[in-house]
Design a protein around this ligand. Sequence first.
Ligand code: SAM
Length: 247
Amino acid sequence: MKINVLAVFPQILDSLHYGVTGTAIEKNILEIHRIDLKDYPLNSYGSIDDKPFSGSEGMVISPIPISKAMNLVKNKGKVIYLSPQGKTLNQKKVEELATLNDLTIICGRYEGIDQRIVDEYVDEEISIGDYVLSGGEIAATVLIDSIVRNLPGALGNKKSLTNDSFSDDRLKGHSYTRPRDFEGRKVPDELVSGNHELVKEWKIANSLWVTKQKRPDLFSNLQLSEKEMILLQKYELAQKNLRKGDG
Ligand code: SAM
């Protein structure tokens, strides 16, 4: 997948050279073309922003550097403007974007970008959450990282994708590693039982329980099978008994 990123501080995207995204770049699964808007200034002083016509405080990125840069991007694909005013990103959108060959991301700064750039080039505005960042570069890093996990060959183990939170509209649940006993806190018996069926059932029940506890909004939309309901009821009873035992 090829992703073009237009930004005032493209160096902020350097963190994509580590971990899963870094490996994807090395394996040519992902190609990032960073475009520094400061290379397309408005004037000989190197400005890229200007005062808003509304008279409000702050500066707006001028449409001129962005359009100059956009005109040089060959395969734009879908064009996204990262903005707190966009639709909130979720796993479904990430998976949809991961099917594209080309993507162009525009990152704002200051008070944002001139609306005419949005009107002329942008297919979709995406927000990474209901809060305001100082710039779109970190949001672009978040968006690209989440997309890359879904590109074929990017993850060593394909199963981690299908087992991850949100893959089945539920959370993944608890994870444990060695030692079996850490300062008196033990790994659940089922996970060390050596019985694959028991482990599988524990994972289903734990995932449902965690989703119910942490994200009741997601849980209320789940259509549970009869088996899942029974597993969850048993798990909840065991948790209650555990708490009683603690008390
Ligand atoms: N004045 C804008 C507003 O109130 O909607 C906020 C501008 S913000 C300080 C500067 C830039 O950061 C935005 O143009 C956008 O690219 C990026 N940004 C800020 N919050 C974001 C969010 N939640 N999701 C995605 N991008 C965000």
